[in-house]
Write a new protein. Sequence first.
Length: 229
Amino acid sequence: MNWRPRKPPGDAADNYEAAAAADRDDARAQYDLAVFLSGEALTYINMLNPDLNVQGPEHAAYRQQAIGLLRRCLGIRAHLMTLNPTSLGWTSNEAYEQVLLGTLEQETAEAAAGLRLATTGITTLRELAASPDATPDILDNATSALLFVQPLRLRDPAWTLTAAQRLVSLTHRRRPDCLLTLAQAYHQAGRTDLAAATANEGLALLPATAARRSRLWKLLSTEAQRGAG
């Protein structure tokens, strides 16, 4: 069964766009629009995930939709950084989206530029996550990016696993999404047994009424089943 996202309210995009257009230097409005665009891009990226959906001819269109949204988002992020250049959280968000966009662009005519962008984003995220004071959000961005990025030579399974373990420790093993990240990091490092155990730990934290078509449930279940096999 293919995963399909829930659609946001029809006027959500218009509201964010209007607020941001009213004042380009309204950091809150600009940030909210960037978050919205990034979330929409991630929806299309999830549609490309073979663990969530059967691959089909429509996926080229999904990729282009995600690319367009991320380019807009990064334009806003760049302006936000001029308003608050010392924000580590904003720097982390920008770097994460650079990795997403750069990876997607490598399957287009912009492959060379995409590789440079992805490399830049990974370098920034690793520097931010190396700090002993790195927040869960920074570690989440860094590990998610390292699990997604292409080409594979930009990945570092051992580093990603260590960062994912830090993330889960900081969130007290109470966030199923962080446990999914750790399970995927174990899988990437070749420890499918620990990936399955961690995924089952995450599944146990989901509400009993959790829809079995949710993205999180489906990805956790996939990791659990891989280890069981």
